[in-house]
Design a protein around this ligand. Structure first.
Ligand code: PLP
Length: 395
């Protein structure tokens, strides 16, 4: 037998973290890493944040899990808080991002079904999107590497070019249920959609009674300097998937919707054994305690500006490697002129964690609690690495 006990679906790197403290991770042999990846936009509060840790410890000792058959004071309280801070009137809690997107897809379809239009079942999605790894969420993307070998895929998705409003408008037909879009593409290479695109999608939805579904799994929960990225665009979705940072490292997600959009989600239409259990709710509440206020969002914006400014200053010194910086808040991408994956590997071997993305971009997703000294350390390490890095011959 050659297969590893962990199903070998990840090309795992030699980094083997066993401990985390603030913005640092420690490997099995005591190696120290500056973590500007945050578990891919998850550890908003860094590692071992006392408020989050205590909330989870206390709740675990009080009540960890009960079935969704019973009333949920913990779920009601956190759902109320999410609704108070967003466009939404109602929330379904999940265990992951893909499940939150699944719930969003089902909610959009069921809206039209409940209105007597079951033929309106197709969501228009966008090139280079990433919505997760379930059958529906891989069917919702055009990325061949995610879909290869999993046919037959689910029908009901039409993919058009990202940020191309005319293509989106042209794709609408009698089967369209709505649009599913990341306001800021993450895996696709930190690409914020244009104002005109997002506003235009809202208008098309309003004109045709379609559902505007935002996937804010990566860009949501204060990452971009607003609680949710849609606030940058001055429009509200009908349905939104949130996950990753929402639990600060505790696996959870949420599908948020307006009362109108959730019109079809009646008893028995959806469910989850674990979704929204008391332990998850305690984690979500603790993260929200820290991030959902103006002072914290101002901190994210100010750190984002500093980091972006420092990166922009550095680019001319290494213009054989770096092209530009893009993104919002602390969701930043460094567009590279050489293979970003190879460079991310090099940085990792030198104690700096970042994440590669599509379009030759290096994602920089630090914990939102970083301070100036961490930015200084990051930029020093990045500059030193850029000076020493030898671009692989094949690149
Ligand atoms: N949607 C977006 C935008 C994501 O970035 C991701 C994960 O990277 C997902 C959905 C899927 O989330 P999960 O891996 O928690 O299922």
């Amino acid at each position: 037998m050659t297969i590893t006990p962990l199903m070998p679906v990840y090309p795992r790197s030699p980094v083997r973290p066993v401990k985390g403290e603030g913005v640092y991770l420690y490997g099995e042999k005591g190696e120290k890493y500056l973590d500007f990846a945050s578990g891919i936009a998850v550890n908003l509060l860094g590692h071992g944040h006392p408020h989050l840790t205590k909330a989870i410890q206390d709740q675990a000792a009080t009540l960890m899990h009960v079935s969704n058959m019973y009333g949920s004071p913990q779920g009601e309280a956190f759902a109320r808080r999410l609704c108070d801070h967003t466009f939404a009137d109602t929330v379904f809690f999940t265990n992951s991002g893909a499940e939150a997107v699944e719930c969003a897809i089902k909610t959009a379809r069921r809206y039209h079904h409940a209105k007597g239009n079951p033929q309106k079942h197709t969501l228009i999605t966008f090139t280079n999107a990433f919505h997760g790894r379930t059958m529906a969420t891989i069917s919702a993307t055009n990325q061949e590497k995610l879909r290869d070998g999993f046919a037959p895929l689910l029908p009901g998705f039409t993919v058009v070019e990202f940020d191309n409003l005319e293509a989106a408008r042209a794709a609408v037909d009698e089967h369209t249920a709505g649009f599913l879009v990341e306001p800021v593409q993450g895996e696709g290479g930190i690409r914020p959609a244009s104002q005109a695109f997002i506003k235009g999608l809202r208008e098309i939805c309003d004109e045709n009674d379609l559902m505007l579904v935002f996937d804010e799994v990566q860009c949501g929960v204060a990452r971009t300097g607003k609680l949710y990225a849609y606030e940058h665009y001055g429009v509200e979705p009908d349905i939104m998937a949130s996950a990753k940072g929402i639990g600060g490292g505790f696996p959870m997600g949420a599908c948020l919707a307006t009362e109108k959009a959730a019109g079809g989600m009646v008893f028995g239409t959806h469910g989850s054994t674990y979704g929204g259990n008391p332990l998850a709710m305690a984690a979500g509440q603790a993260v929200f305690d820290v991030v959902a206020n103006e002072e914290f969002l101002a901190h994210v914006n100010s750190m984002g500006e500093r980091l972006r400014g420092a990166l922009e200053q550095m680019i001319p010194n290494h213009d054989h490697l770096f092209e530009s910086v893009r993104g919002l808040g602390l969701m930043l991408g460094l567009k590279m002129k050489t293979d970003s994956r190879a460079f991310v590997t090099y940085l990792r071997d030198h104690g700096l964690l970042t994440v590669a993305a599509g379009d030759n971009v290096m994602r920089i997703l630090p914990p939102l609690v970083i301070e100036e000294q961490h930015i200084t350390e990051f930029v020093e390490k990045l500059s030193a690495a850029a000076r020493q890095y030898e671009v692989p011959k094949a690149a």
